[in-house]
Design a protein. Structure first.
Length: 251
């Protein structure tokens, strides 16, 4: 009978002195670096170089599982197209607002309208860039008209003709801005198209109840309450004053 101690497998003891710790021993060798760059240079150059998610031949068809993924009938991708379209409307509208240098309130109003606006009502002119420019024009001109009182019909009826003429001379549409004109021309919009699409936009605002839409803000907020920016600035001011008092006390 063989002893258990003698039948146990023997493990080779590695001498720690075999591992070198000299400077440069852990660095990548020049030949290995050249080999990696040479192999990586011959990777796929176009999406058509792979067969992922595609049929094996022009006459073939993808599997039912892939077709469900492409059609967003798979639970993992349900509603993905709608979410991407919503984000794309926000991204393009905000980029145009930043380019036109509108106020933060006008930007948030345009975003609030665009994010829930159904673009199919605009027909062949439903490109996001075109509808966004029409929305920005409507928001900016609407705010300027309200500021001058040009939308209060009862008040306008009591004004003299000279007063009305002076008010309308003070009004300046964003369509008179050369930068807005360049953007409109770039996306194929003329003043006739802008006016027609603005009428379509007004109808959609009525149907979808988007007149008070403001992105990220509550339109029913109490105006007598201080804004969050004011509270934050007051808090920073009190903290700075406390720090100065503590510093003077230490001295």
């Amino acid at each position: 009978m063989t002893d258990a101690a003698t039948s146990a497998p023997e493990f080779e003891v590695v001498d720690e002195e075999q591992f070198s710790a000299r400077p440069g021993d852990g660095a990548l060798a020049r030949s290995a670096h050249r080999r990696d760059t040479t192999v990586g240079r011959w990777g796929p150059t176009s999406p058509s170089a792979t067969q992922i998610g595609r049929a094996r031949s022009p006459e073939g068809d993808v599997s039912e599982n892939l077709r469900r993924l492409h059609d967003e009938r798979h639970p993992a991708t349900e509603g993905h197209g709608a979410r991407q379209h919503r984000l794309e409307k926000l991204r393009i509208t905000q980029a145009l607002c930043n380019d036109l240098d509108v106020t933060p309130w006008q930007r948030d109003r345009a975003l609030g309208v665009m994010i829930d606006l159904d673009l199919t009502a605009f027909g062949s002119q439903r490109a996001i860039e075109k509808v966004a420019l029409v929305t920005i024009r409507h928001v900016v001109d609407d705010e300027r008209e309200r500021y001058l009182g040009l939308q209060d019909q009862e008040w306008l009826a009591d004004q003299s003709p000279e007063r009305l003429e002076a008010l309308y001379e003070q009004f300046t549409s964003i369509t008179d801005d050369p930068h807005f004109q360049d953007l409109a021309a770039k996306h194929g919009l003329e003043i006739t198209n802008l006016n027609r699409l603005r009428r379509v936009l007004r109808d959609q605002l009525d149907e979808q109840d988007l007149h008070g839409a403001v992105y990220g803000r509550n339109p029913y907020r109490d105006p007598n309450l201080p804004s969050s920016d004011l509270r934050e600035s007051e808090q920073r001011g009190s903290d700075d004053g406390r720090d100065r008092e503590e510093t003077s006390g230490e001295r």
